[in-house]
Design a protein around this ligand. Structure first.
Ligand SMILES: NC(=O)c1ccc[n+]([C@@H]2O[C@H](COP(=O)([O-])OP(=O)(O)OC[C@H]3O[C@@H](n4cnc5c(N)ncnc54)[C@H](OP(=O)(O)O)[C@@H]3O)[C@@H](O)[C@H]2O)c1
Length: 323
């Protein structure tokens, strides 16, 4: 539970009553969830603007957690698309509540039956990174044959982006630390720039799209990397924070531009992710696993900014095993 905004220490494990499914809801016994950068942002209320959505002085939702996979234990009277015993996964940015043994979810929310062949932890770790990666890839209309540079290719979003872009037939140049070059090549990157050995913004090649999946660069620094009609994408607002404004202004100049989508959180995007998992086009990278009791340590680790892909919370033990 997280009853005030602040550092990882504001999170405490507590016993609460099991929620009851309303008419249009299902009750899920959560097997696996994650701690991701979205949870960290809402927990710390950074950027400050998040407080306008989640409570000005303190969080209205006290149980965070956006990604989940588990089994349905009860269904409300009006539910038609799920049954008790169904294995489901989903993404709940806004409602939250996945950092708990039990969770109620509206039937029409971003919830679907588990992808065939995925473990609970893979399903849980598949939604946030791919969600932001897909939203950006689609907003920029990236297709086969395009040259794309992905900065931060080892993060949850970056590692999903490299796989999804490769499956679309784009030519991917990925930027990451020396220790992660082999991983990023396995994910499908055609070329990898070791960020410790070279400044990617000085690269000689030009790109149709530069996707800063870790949100640490700026349009100004990446501009020279772009082809004349090239697009700059970033998961961050930018240092000033200018990206949303540049996304409104730069299209008017008809040259290089910034695209900054506001992703929608719906079932359609989740069903698309399910298809990508089932086809093998996307497999989430999993870094560490923690039991629920150690969730504060999981937050501390994610907050180092050095996680590789995703950090899983295994609520029952063995969420990585096929069932
Ligand atoms: N728009 C939104 O609402 C939204 C939602 C979720 C996340 N985000 C933002 O998206 C970003 C990425 O999240 P994520 O979970 O995908 O990433 P992440 O997992 O936190 O990324 C970690 C990886 O990024 C690389 N990295 C760390 N600091 C870096 C730096 N200063 N410059 C370049 N690379 C660096 C490191 O890999 P190497 O050692 O290989 O370089 C590290 O392993 C975060 O900044 C987060 O706040 C935004």
């Amino acid at each position: 539970m997280c009853t005030r905004y602040g550092p990882p220490d504001v999170v405490a494990v507590a016993d609460v009553a099991t929620p009851e499914a309303r008419e249009n809801e299902v009750l899920v016994r959560v097997v696996a969830t994650t701690v991701n950068r979205t949870d960290c942002g809402y927990r710390a209320a950074k950027p400050f603007i998040l407080r306008f959505f989640t409570g000005l002085r303190r969080p209205r939702r006290t149980v965070l957690g956006t990604e989940f996979a588990g089994e349905i234990e009860a269904v409300g009277g009006a539910v038609t698309s799920f049954e008790v015993g169904d294995r489901v996964f989903g993404y709940l940015e806004g409602p939250f509540g996945a950092h708990a043994e039990y969770l109620t979810v509206r039937e029409d929310a971003s919830v679907a039956t588990m992808p065939a062949g995925s473990t609970f932890e893979e399903a849980a770790a598949s939604t946030e990174g791919s969600h932001y990666a897909l939203a950006n890839i689609r907003a920029a209309k990236i297709g086969g044959g395009q040259d794309v540079l992905v900065h931060g290719a080892t993060g949850a979003i970056g590692s999903a982006a490299v796989q999804l872009l490769t499956s679309l037939g784009a030519h991917v140049t990925a930027v990451c630390g020396a220790d992660h070059v082999a991983l990023v090549e396995r994910l499908g990157a055609d070329r990898v720039i070791d960020s410790g050995a070279a400044d990617f913004t000085k690269d000689e090649k030009t790109y149709d799209v530069v996707f800063d999946a870790v949100g640490k660069s700026s349009f100004g620094r990446c501009r020279r990397l772009l082809k004349p009609k090239g697009i700059y994408l970033s998961t961050g607002l930018g240092p000033f924070p200018q990206n949303p404004i540049l996304a409104l202004v730069t299209p008017l100049l008809r040259g290089k531009r910034v695209v900054f989508p506001i992703p929608r959180h719906d079932r359609e995007l989740l069903e698309d992710t399910k298809e990508l998992l089932e086809s093998g086009a996307f497999t989430p990278v999993i870094d560490r696993r923690y039991p629920l009791e150690e969730i504060v340590d999981a937050y501390r680790y994610v907050e180092t900014g050095q996680k590789i892909g995703n950090v899983v919370i295994d609520l029952v033990g063995g969420a990585d095993q096929p069932r």
